[in-house]
Each structure stands twice: as C-alpha cells, then as structure tokens.
Write a protein of this length. Sequence first.
Length: 155
Amino acid sequence: MHDITLTLNGAAVTARVAPGTTLVALIRDQLALTGTHIGCDTAQCGACMVHVDGVPVKSCAMLAVQADGRRIGTIEGMAEDGRMSALQAAFREHHALQCGFCTPGMVMSAAGIIDRHGANVDDATIRRALEGNICRCTGYHNIVKAIRSAAAATA
Ligand code: FES
Ligand code: FES
C-alpha cells in the first residue's frame, strides 16, 4: 500500500492506495466523488476525464499513485460559489446532453479545449479535440454548440 497526498478540487486529501488502484477508482470508491464516470475502463470513452494539474486526463488510464503531489480537478469542482460554471450553464442552455452519462467527461474536456484554443475556437477544432469522448446518444451537435458559446463568452 502507498500513502499519497493530492489536492482534490482545491482541498488537500490523503489516501492509502494499492499499487494497481486507478485514479478513477480512488476518486469514486475511496473519495466518494461519483460525478466522474466509468464507461469503458479502457481509455476509449472519456467518461472518466478529470484535470491533472489543469490538463484533461482519462482517470481510468492513470494510477492513483501517479496522482501523488498533483492537483486533481473533477466535475464536482467545476461549480463556482455553488453555481454552475459558465461552461456548465452553456451545456444546459444548449441542451448538450441526452442521458447525461458522458456529460461530466465532456465538460472536463471542453474546459481543456477552451483553455488551449481560446474564444475563437471553431467547430472543426472542437470536434477534433472531442475525439476521445464518446457520447452514445450521438448528441455531438449541441455539445459543440455549447462549447463554442462558452468559449465565445470568455472573450
Ligand atoms: S472509462 Fe476511462 S476512457 Fe472510458
Ligand atoms: S448524453 Fe448520453 S452518452 Fe452522452
């Protein structure tokens, strides 16, 4: 077992983890933040996307011990002062979800896309950058619209 310390959504957290524990298992099973979902568990669907030191990472493809000393952000940390962030509000406004299972991962990826590409990101760039996130409801059109609108609002 390994003792690790990380910052989770701004708060210091310590945990004892087995060497093979994935980061998503730590987040969901040990730290009880279940907004991060497991779809494929094989790094294909993006439902488990979190931020590691501000960068979107699939948490099923990272070991918990690798999070030692890092800054981890999950969907639970996206709200600002108890209100949805502008990005989350854009997803709601544009109905960028159907069943919602993929949505936390989409939002975490979307934040990274806006970070990397800024206010003028175009649809083709958004679609390419979302390649690692699978929505089984095929709701990409509104997801792209929501991300474009949230990006424009940052200008
Ligand atoms: S659960 Fe991690 S990519 Fe699908
Ligand atoms: S909204 Fe259902 S999987 Fe994306």
